[in-house]
Design a protein around this ligand. Structure first.
Ligand code: 8YV
Length: 317
């Protein structure tokens, strides 16, 4: 009999989805209306869970799955899974480490350029016929150069490093903060986030969220200042969102490029009216190439765990 898997999020690559269905008895939890009744009937048979980084899985749900052996996260962030709880139960929690680094770093740079150069607001001017109505070049404000901006990276893991490499190629001096300085890096380490913000033209958030909730607050945004930009491709909860919305609405920072939010898919509506903001719907890893690579890693993790091996990307053993 095929092992039973609970899938908490859709997988967007058909070939991966088909493979998953061919190997396992897959229950698509996100499509089940009466979740409680489903768990009562099938909870005891579920041996694996597939979920997204942002969704993770609650302890309450894991508790209802006594046969659970593996939670395969189709993502790199595992902040929405209680790793200690999983470890105690002997459940492997895996992530797609390294699979999405390049695409997430690309989007970080793309968001910063789009924000400081006004690419999306400029597109709206052209698309809405406002250029033709008001062709004077001064009707669109001049923007801010990206090349050479002082970039402060918050979280120097795989993604932070890939962002640093890209920004360096644009002549941007890089500084960073993390839990500690990294010996293999020559970029200046600035332990204090407020000081990093003060010394940066743009802060890019690429930290994991488990130890850093709410670290970007009004004080950090004010240190970044009215000419500064914020980019977040990590997790919305790294930022105190009301503080960010207020700083943007009051022009206390120059702009923000945001791929992630505290309560996705709900985005503070004030942001919709601000040309200084470029918004994305949590899309940093959403390319065919990356999602294929991630899906293959999820399949490998399930196969390894359910055949009694330690999955290569297990974070719990
Ligand atoms: C994905 C993510 O959008 O990797 C992560 O932690 O949040 C994103 O890459 C998500 O996991 C898709 O399932």
């Amino acid at each position: 009999m095929k092992p039973s898997i609970l899938q908490l999020n859709p997988i967007l690559i058909p070939a991966i989805s088909e493979k998953l269905h061919s190997l396992y008895n897959v229950h698509r939890y996100f499509e089940i209306a009466d979740k409680e009744a489903f768990i009562k009937e099938h909870g005891n048979s579920i041996r694996g869970v597939v979920s997204g980084g942002h969704t993770g899985i609650s302890n309450a749900l894991m508790e209802k799955l006594p046969a659970l052996e593996v939670v395969a996260i189709n993502g790199v962030g595992v902040d929405a899974v209680d790793l200690n709880y999983a470890r105690k139960r002997g459940i492997d929690v895996t992530a797609t480490l390294g699979a999405l680094t390049e695409d997430v770093a690309d989007l970080a740079i793309g968001l910063l350029i789009a924000t400081c150069r006004g690419i999306c607001s400029g597109d709206r001017v052209v698309r809405n016929g406002l250029w033709a109505k008001n062709p004077h070049p001064g009707s669109i404000p001049l923007s801010r150069r990206f090349s050479g901006m002082r970039i402060g990276i918050v979280g120097m893991g795989r993604v932070g490093r890939a962002i640093a490499a890209r920004a360096s190629a644009f002549g941007c001096p890089i500084s960073y903060t993390d839990l500690h300085a990294m010996k293999d890096l020559d970029y200046p380490f600035i332990a204090d986030l407020e000081e990093l913000a003060r010394q940066s033209d743009a802060l890019i958030l690429s930290a994991s969220a488990d130890k850093a909730e709410g670290i970007v607050n009004a004080a950090i945004l004010d240190a970044l200042g009215p000419d500064g930009f914020l980019v977040n491709i990590a997790r919305g909860k790294l930022v105190n969102e009301p503080d960010l919305v207020a700083a943007l609405a009051e022009g206390r920072i120059s702009g923000a490029g945001l791929d992630v939010f505290v309560d996705e898919p709900n985005v503070p509506e004030v942001l919709f009216g601000l040309d200084s903001v470029v918004l994305q719907a949590h899309r940093a890893s959403a390319t065919v190439e990356t999602r294929t690579a991630m899906g293959e890693m999820v399949l490998a993790s399930l196969a390894q765990a359910l055949s009694g091996q330690r999955p290569d990307n297990s974070l719990t053993r």
